[in-house]
Design a protein around this ligand. Structure first.
Ligand SMILES: CCCCCCCCCCCCCC(=O)CC(=O)SCCNC(=O)CCNC(=O)[C@H](O)C(C)(C)COP(=O)(O)OP(=O)(O)OC[C@H]1O[C@@H](n2cnc3c(N)ncnc32)[C@H](O)[C@@H]1OP(=O)(O)O
Ligand SMILES: NC(=O)C1=CN([C@@H]2O[C@H](COP(=O)(O)OP(=O)(O)OC[C@H]3O[C@@H](n4cnc5c(N)ncnc54)[C@H](O)[C@@H]3O)[C@@H](O)[C@H]2O)C=CC1
Length: 309
């Protein structure tokens, strides 16, 4: 099994992206988004290298991918468990892992970043990999809230840089926001759009504006839920029930925050607050800050607004 063998396919001396079709993908960041994107890309016949900072993290990524594939297979191969097991093994064969980002980009048609939501950290990563990656490798970020233009500015491939914004949980959520900056070439944009379709997703085209489409609308709603609770006008449980049963959302705002990760939520709010300090929408929340300071990031750490076993 190729998975966890630390094999980087060094047989390719450089990316050989043909007719703009993305086949080899390097994903940096094996957290909930990176692992989810790796799973979907591998399931749709792409060759994936998943990169993170430690083997322990990558072991966790693998466990997450296997667990999610089992859920997918239970439904898709309900009457054929053996075919389901074969499918899982085939998908895992398509995924290699590595802690060496520089080596892993040598064969990449697409370098997709899904690391922590911090502009400087993303810029440092892309600036470094720009010097190592083949000239024709397309770069993309899965950022939730940062301007793609600012991230791309750390590289010299402004025409080959765009945004690919996936939704959590990636195997279940059908949307991808494809973001073009003023310098993204049409060829790059089309490659990213077609890649999203090849993953079985529905892409929408977005301008590089704060929050793109979904988060531009989602964040104010979530912030207002938090303010409502902080004013003492509703318990988090009642607000969540209200939005599920009254508005038909699959999760209430507090459940969704725990699902996204409160560390990521705080990065988003703090980032937007720094850009627009007088906007009361982005004023800091004591409750959110306290939970993050206590390491309570939500579902991924076992506790956030709610406790998870
Ligand atoms: C209040 C605080 C205020 C702070 C304000 C700041 C806000 C800032 C927020 C910004 C967020 C930024 C994040 C971002 O950039 C964009 C996002 O991704 S937003 C999140 C979008 N996602 C959602 O909205 C998810 C909503 N939830 C759902 O769709 C469902 O709940 C979910 C599919 C997750 C689970 O379904 P549910 O019915 O609830 O539970 P089940 O466990 O029964 O699952 C149903 C079905 O789905 C299968 N499944 C679920 N997860 C997976 C998986 N990971 N892999 C594979 N399969 C999965 C499961 O097996 C079930 O299958 P069945 O066959 O039906 O049994
Ligand atoms: N959580 C969510 O619901 C969504 C998050 N996003 C965005 O996706 C990105 C990742 O988010 P999550 O997966 O939730 O975060 P996460 O915290 O689950 O995973 C981030 C991973 O990146 C790794 N990492 C950090 N710096 C690294 C580096 N320099 N090199 C290699 N790996 C590094 C970390 O070790 C961690 O495993 C963020 O930009 C976030 O805003 C986008 C859509 C939804």
């Amino acid at each position: 099994m190729a998975f966890f063998t630390h094999q980087i396919r060094r047989g390719f001396s450089s990316s050989i992206i043909k007719n703009g079709v993305i086949k080899n993908v390097t994903i940096i960041g094996g957290g909930q988004m990176g692992a989810g994107i790796a799973q979907v890309a591998a399931s749709t016949g792409h060759t994936v290298t998943l990169v993170d900072t430690s083997e322990d993290i990558l072991k966790k990524s693998r466990k997450g991918i296997e667990g999610s594939l089992k859920r997918v297979v239970k439904k898709k191969f309900a009457d054929k468990p053996e075919a389901g097991e074969e499918f899982i093994q085939n998908v895992l064969q398509n995924v290699s892992i590595s802690t060496d980002a520089g080596a892993s980009v040598q064969a990449a048609d697409l370098l997709l970043e899904a690391i922590v939501e911090n502009l400087k950290v993303k810029q440092d990563l892309f600036g470094h990999l720009d010097e190592l990656a083949p000239a024709n490798t397309i770069f993309a970020s899965n950022t939730s809230s940062l301007p793609i233009t600012d991230i791309a500015g750390s590289t010299s491939r402004l025409d080959r840089f765009g945004g690919l914004h996936f939704f959590n949980p990636v195997p279940m959520m059908k949307l991808v926001e494809v973001v073009g900056t003023s310098t993204t070439s049409q060829e790059t944009f089309d490659s990213l759009l077609n890649f999203s379709k090849a993953l079985g997703k529905t892409p929408v085209s977005c301008k590089d504006t704060p929050g793109f489409i979904v988060n531009r609308l989602l964040v104010p709603y979530m912030m207002e839920a938090l303010r409502l609770h902080e004013r003492g006008h509703g318990s988090k449980e009642d607000i969540d029930i209200a939005m599920k049963l009254g508005a038909g959302y699959p999760m209430g705002p507090f459940e969704l925050c725990d699902y996204v990760g409160l560390d990521t939520v705080k990065f988003i709010i703090d980032g937007w607050s720094a850009k627009d300090p007088h906007n009361p929408l982005f004023a800091s929340s004591e409750l959110l800050n306290k939970l993050v300071a206590e390491g309570k990031y939500g579902k991924k750490t076992g506790e956030g607004f709610y406790k998870y076993k």
